[in-house]
Design a protein around this ligand. Structure first.
Ligand code: TMP
Length: 208
């Protein structure tokens, strides 16, 4: 049983990497669930729509963190915990580290308050392993600009905002090196995936 999360700025390729890992684990006969935040439940998907609607420019930072946390509280209890308890490997595209990076470092909300709210929302659940796909923000945003259908309120943010988010991720990763694996997202996707699989094997999530 393992809980593995994927983090990164927009356009970092984390979703693709998570799906490749899911396919590989499934092919090995593992029970694996891949999900995403915000979303992953009917309630979470409705909250996601409110959060990401580009028209909601008036949303206060405090509203934003509480909505992300509400979606998180639901997915933890409805999906993630029950699967972990039944021995599944659970992969999640973003988790509370996104809140610390975006609402904390990006928006400037106090990290200690965010950590308290997060702990309440998750019931203390922390990933066993977190892959962070690191990329210069210009490159990530350029990649994302090619798929306007996926634009959210966050694509409208300034470069400075995304730079603070990236810096935040790097600080979070440096503070907990045993949980985080920092990957250069500028590498070819197959190479990144290879490193991810090696790490999953090395940590005994699955047997070699
Ligand atoms: P994604 O589909 O790229 O993962 O988009 C989700 C957006 O939500 C992304 O811009 C990051 C943002 N986000 C936060 O700001 N805080 C959070 O806690 C989470 C989970 C996502």
């Amino acid at each position: 049983m393992a809980f593995i999360t994927f983090e990164g700025i927009e356009g970092s390729g984390k979703t693709t990497q998570m799906q490749l890992l899911r396919d590989w684990l499934q092919a090995r006969g593992e029970q694996v669930l891949a999900t995403r935040e915000p979303g992953g439940t009917a309630i979470g998907d409705r909250i996601r729509a409110i959060l990401l609607d580009p028209n909601h420019t008036e949303m206060a930072a405090e509203t934003e963190i509480l909505l992300y946390s509400a979606a998180r509280a639901q997915i933890v209890r409805q999906i993630i915990r029950p699967h972990l308890e039944q021995g599944w490997i659970v992969l999640c595209d973003r988790f509370f580290d996104s809140t610390l990076a975006y609402q904390g470092y990006g928006r400037g909300l106090p990290l200690n308050i965010l950590r308290d709210i997060t702990a309440f929302a998750t019931g203390g659940l922390v990933p066993d392993l977190t892959f962070y796909l690191d990329l210069p923000v210009e490159v990530g945003l350029r990649r994302k600009a090619q798929t306007p259908a996926e634009w959210t309120r966050f694509e409208a943010e300034t470069l400075a905002f995304h730079r603070r988010v990236r810096k935040g991720y790097l600080e979070l990763a440096a503070a907990e090196p045993r949980r985080w694996v920092v990957l250069d997202a500028g590498q070819p996707a197959e190479l990144i995936q290879e490193t991810i699989r090696q790490e999953v094997l090395a940590r005994g999530v699955v047997q070699a």
